[in-house]
Design a protein around this ligand. Structure first.
Ligand code: HEM
Length: 366
């Protein structure tokens, strides 16, 4: 598998909205073939919306017949995505609101009680956003309670084989014991083959967790670092929906998404050749001054806010509604539980190069 390039801050030549980046060998790895870095918002949209020119399939990986949804191009992608969208309806997603709220309240109350009984510090990442997002995903996908502790491990990229095997068993379980969840809906869709099912369910387990967890913790970190913004959210002068979008814009957990040029083409005046790797830097596009005024400043009321943290075009995040719901409920409940959000120690990152994660976010209990 071709290693993904380093995040924006480490790019050696970020010249303009589209630039060629060499990948010389380093102590960490051998030289790569190089890639196009797409940093501009309009250029990113062009790439993400044109799967005929910029393919999601990667040479040298699984053949299209067994590739995951996110690595497919139309028409296979269109058909499968349509089946998955039918199962992940807005009504099904909305039904999780009450459970997510109850969960956020319980986790916050528990973490606050433990903090008050100890040193007055709670970890909003490890004790709140991590279990919150993991258990919400378990509800959505229909992971039985007995298996939930396995979820973080199953969503790791190295555990694809385990998650495929787990998903196979889950499909059998949900055929026998149906519930109001995504696996049940997909397992009862007569138009999906078992191979397609065995690809879709593990994909939800692997893609639904890490970005969700990192977006939640990232948004809380921005709020903890900007007391004025937090106060507006808490007092209700900043509405939660645009606040969610702005926090997503500032903290895209997936730093890059990758495509391969499917034909010779021109992008922002640069000649891209068939087979070239094209990497869209979501954080850079979200800071494009041609689109966002004062992009470094959190503006919780920013409207419109065409950020690309959830992608765009045919591969737009399938879980976008569910992600927005979870973030809104979490921020509302944090604002209800904590009169002030003050950092109580260093924020510990868990960045891997493609995802911008937070392992620990210590804040004062009040
Ligand atoms: C805030 C949290 C999330 C963020 C920032 C996020 C981000 C993204 C992005 C940027 C893409 C596009 C990738 C590309 O163009 O190659 C994507 C695709 C996808 N996401 Fe999310 N995601 C989040 C939450 C979720 C959740 C909760 C689920 C599952 C319930 C999910 C399931 C998927 C799937 C299945 C795809 C592939 C869609 C396709 O290829 O058609 N995501 N996500």
């Amino acid at each position: 598998m071709i290693p993904l390039p380093p995040p924006r801050r480490r790019l050696p030549h970020p010249a303009g909205p589209v630039s060629w980046q060499d990948e010389p060998g380093t102590a960490e790895g051998p030289a790569g073939p190089g890639f196009w870095a797409v940093m501009g918002h309009a250029e990113a949209l062009r790439v993400l919306r044109d799967p005929a020119a910029f393919s999601s399939h990667r040479a040298g990986e699984l053949p299209p017949s067994s590739a995951m949804l996110d690595r497919l191009d139309p028409p296979r992608h269109t058909r499968l995505r349509g089946r998955a969208t039918r199962a992940l309806t807005p009504v099904r997603v909305a039904r999780f609101t009450a459970t997510a709220r109850e969960r956020a309240r319980t986790l916050l109350a528990g973490a606050l009680a433990a903090a008050r009984a100890a040193d007055g510090v709670l970890d909003l990442a490890a004790d709140v956003s991590e279990p919150y997002t993991s258990l919400n995903l378990a509800d959505l996908v229909g992971v039985p309670h007995a298996d939930r502790r396995r979820l973080p491990r199953l969503s790791e990229t190295e555990a694809v084989a385990d998650s495929v095997e787990y998903a196979r068993g889950l499909v059998v379980h949900r055929r026998r014991y149906p519930d109001d969840d995504l696996t049940t809906a997909l397992a009862h869709d007569a138009q999906l083959t078992s191979a397609e099912l065995e690809m879709l369910v593990p994909l939800l387990l692997t893609t639904g967790l890490a970005p969700m967890r990192d977006a939640a913790a990232g948004g809380l970190r921005v709020l903890a670092s900007h007391p004025g913004a937090y106060r507006r959210l808490r007092e209700g002068t900043a509405a939660p929906e645009p606040a969610v979008e702005e926090l997503l814009r500032l903290c895209p957990p997936l730093l890059t998404v990758r495509r391969t040029a499917a034909a010779d083409t021109v992008l922002s005046g640069r000649r891209v050749r068939h087979g070239d790797a094209v990497v869209v830097f979501l954080a850079a596009a979200n800071h494009d001054e041609r689109v966002f005024t004062a992009p470094g400043r959190p503006d919780l009321a920013r409207t419109p806010n065409p950020h690309l943290s959830l992608g765009a075009g045919p591969h737009l995040c399938l879980g976008a509604d569910f992600a927005r719901l979870q973030l809104r409920v979490l921020y509302e409940e944090v604002a209800r539980a904590l009169p002030a959000l003050r950092l109580a120690g260093p924020v510990v990152p868990s960045a891997s190069g493609v995802a911008d994660g937070i392992a620990s976010l210590p804040v004062r209990a009040g």
